[in-house]
Design a protein around this ligand. Structure first.
Ligand code: PMP
Length: 448
C-alpha cells in the first residue's frame, strides 16, 4: 500500500495539483490550462480569481472572521439574509446559515418537521421527494435523495423517502408522452400522499431542475404550479432545493422563478458564495417562521460555523458582483448560445440522445441507440470516460450518470456565468472531440 494523507475521491487515481484560477480557466502546477466547463461542481458561478471578492475577504478578515452565532450577530450576516429575502420570490424569507448544500436541505427537513410540531401536529414528520433526485450526502439529506449510486451503501440507515415519479420527459417513468400525459408525474405526488397519508407528511422537496441525478432535467410548463397546489390541498410544505439552480445559474436568481411558484422553504448553497468559501442557507417564509416564533422561539439545528461573518461578507460580495455584472441576464443569453451550439454539435454525433437545460445549467445524455434511447451498459462507464477524456484535453465537465438504478449516462455543462462566446466555442470544440473519441471506443464504427 502506498501511503498518502488526503483521502481523494478515487484513491489510486493521480490528481493534478491546482496552482491558480482566472476567469473560466484553471491552471495546474505543470502549467496545463483547463476550461472550467462545469464551475467545479456547478459552484464557481462568477469565475475564478475575482479581485473584488479577495478584497471583501481581506476587509472582513481584518475586522473579525468568526463569532459564535449564539453570542453575536454580525452586519454581514444581517445584510446577507436581508439581501437574499429581497432577491427571493415574495421577499418574505428568513435565513438560517449553514455550510453546505447537504446541511441546507437537511435543515429544511428539520424546520418543516418542527413547524408541524409547533402547530400541534407532530405526526407530520416525513419529507418525501422524487426518485431521481440529489439533496445531499448527510444521512437526512441522503434519505431524501433518490440517487441510487450514492444511497446504495447506506440503505439500512436511510429512510425511504424518494417515492414520487420525476418529470423526466425524455424517458417518462410512467411510460407516457407530454403533453397528452397531462403531467401524470405531478399527480404521482397525489398518489404517494394518499398511500402514505398526508397526516404523516411534513413536506415535499424537489430541485427546480434536476441536477446531479440525471442532468439538467427541466419539467414541463405548469408542473410546479400543480405540485404546489397538491401540497397546499394536503397541508404539506413545499421545499425547493435550489442548491444547484439558485443564484443566477438558470438565468433567474432562483430557479423557481421560471415556474412562478413561491416555495415555503428554499435550500441554497454552491453559487451563493461561488466557491470562495463554504456557505449555504435554508430560507423559510414568514408563515413557516410564525408558529416557531410563537412556540419554542428557536430552530433546533446549527453548526459551529453557521452565520460566521467572514463567509457572509464573501457571499455578499458575490451577490454584489452578480448584480453589478448582470450575470442573471448573462446566464440566460450565454445559456441560449451554448444550448444551441451543443444541439448543433449533437446532430452529428450518434450517441448524444438528448441536449437539455435552462440558462447555463445544461446536460447531454448519452445513448447506445438514439431511436430506442437504449442506455449503455453500466460497466462500460461512458460517463466517466467522457469526464476523463475531456479532462485530458483540458475541459472540465460534471457527471450526472448512474442515478437511475445505477444506470444512465449524462454530463452537465455549466461554465461560470462570465464565459465569453469565444470561450464557448473552445468549450464546444473540445467537448465534441472528446465525445467522438469516446464514441469510437465504445461502439462499433459502423454505427457512426
Ligand atoms: N442539493 C443539490 C440539488 C445539489 O446539487 C447538491 C450538490 N451537488 C446538494 C444538495 C449537496 O450539496 P453539498 O455537496 O454542498 O453538500
Amino acid at each position: 500500500m502506498k501511503r498518502e494523507h488526503v483521502i481523494k475521491p478515487i484513491l489510486d487515481h493521480p490528481y493534478p495539483t491546482i496552482q491558480y484560477g482566472k476567469g473560466v480557466y484553471l491552471y495546474d502546477d505543470q502549467g496545463k490550462a483547463y476550461i472550467d466547463g462545469c464551475s467545479g461542481a456547478v459552484t464557481a458561478g462568477i469565475g475564478h480569481g475575482v479581485q473584488e471578492i479577495v478584497d471583501a475577504m481581506m476587509e472582513q478578515a481584518s475586522k473579525v472572521s468568526f463569532v459564535y452565532r449564539s453570542q453575536f450577530t454580525s452586519e454581514p450576516a444581517e445584510q446577507l439574509a436581508k439581501k437574499l429575502s429581497d432577491l427571493a420570490p415574495g421577499n418574505d424569507y428568513w435565513t438560517f446559515f449553514v455550510n453546505s448544500g447537504s446541511e441546507a436541505t437537511e435543515t429544511a427537513m428539520k424546520m418543516a418537521i418542527q413547524y408541524w410540531q409547533e402547530r400541534g401536529r407532530p405526526g407530520k414528520n416525513k419529507v418525501i421527494s422524487r426518485r431521481m433526485s440529489y439533496h445531499g450526502i448527510t444521512m437526512g439529506a441522503l434519505s431524501m435523495s433518490g440517487h441510487v449510486l450514492r444511497r446504495r451503501r447506506f440503505i439500512p440507515l436511510l429512510a425511504d423517502l424518494p417515492v414520487v415519479a420525476p418529470p423526466y420527459c425524455y424517458r417518462c417513468p410512467l411510460g407516457k408522452t407530454s403533453p397528452s400525459c397531462q403531467m401524470a408525474c405531478a399527480d404521482d405526488l397525489n398518489t404517494a400522499i394518499k398511500r402514505i397519508g398526508a397526516e404523516h407528511i411534513a413536506a415535499f422537496i424537489a430541485e427546480p431542475i434536476i441536477g446531479a441525478a440525471g442532468g439538467a432535467i427541466v419539467p414541463p410548463a405548469g408542473y410546479y404550479k400543480k405540485i404546489k397546489e397538491i401540497c397546499e390541498q394536503h397541508d404539506i410544505l413545499f421545499i425547493a432545493d435550489e442548491v444547484m439552480t439558485g443564484i443566477a445559474r438558470t438565468g433567474a436568481m432562483f430557479g423557481m422563478e421560471h415556474y412562478g411558484v413561491e416555495p415555503d422553504l428554499i435550500a441554497l448553497g454552491k453559487g451563493m458564495s461561488a466557491g470562495y468559501t463554504p456557505m449555504a442557507a435554508t430560507m423559510a417564509k414568514d408563515h413557516v417562521m410564525e408558529p416557531i416564533l410563537q412556540g419554542s422561539k428557536s430552530i433546533m439545528s446549527g453548526h459551529t460555523y453557521s452565520a460566521n461573518p467572514q463567509s457572509a461578507a464573501i457571499s455578499l460580495a458575490v451577490l454584489a458582483y452578480i448584480e453589478k455584472h448582470q450575470l442573471v441576464e448573462a446566464a440566460e443569453i450565454k445559456g441560449t448560445i451554448l444550448l444551441n451550439r451543443l444541439r448543433q454539435m449533437a446532430d452529428g454525433i450518434a450517441i448524444i440522445g438528448d441536449v437539455r437545460g435552462q440558462g447555463l445549467l445544461i446536460a447531454l445524455e448519452f445513448v447506445a441507440d438514439r431511436t430506442e434511447k437504449r442506455m449503455f451498459a453500466a460497466n462500460i462507464g461512458v460517463t466517466s470516460r467522457m469526464i476523463e477524456k475531456a479532462f485530458h484535453k483540458g475541459l472540465l465537465v460534471y457527471p450526472a450518470g448512474g442515478a437511475v438504478d445505477g444506470e444512465g449516462d449524462a454530463i452537465i455543462v455549466a461554465p461560470p456565468l462570465v464565459i465569453t462566446e469565444e470561450e464557448i466555442d473552445q468549450l464546444v470544440r473540445i467537448l465534441a472531440e472528446s465525445i467522438r473519441e469516446v464514441m469510437a471506443e465504445v461502439i462499433p464504427s459502423e454505427m457512426e
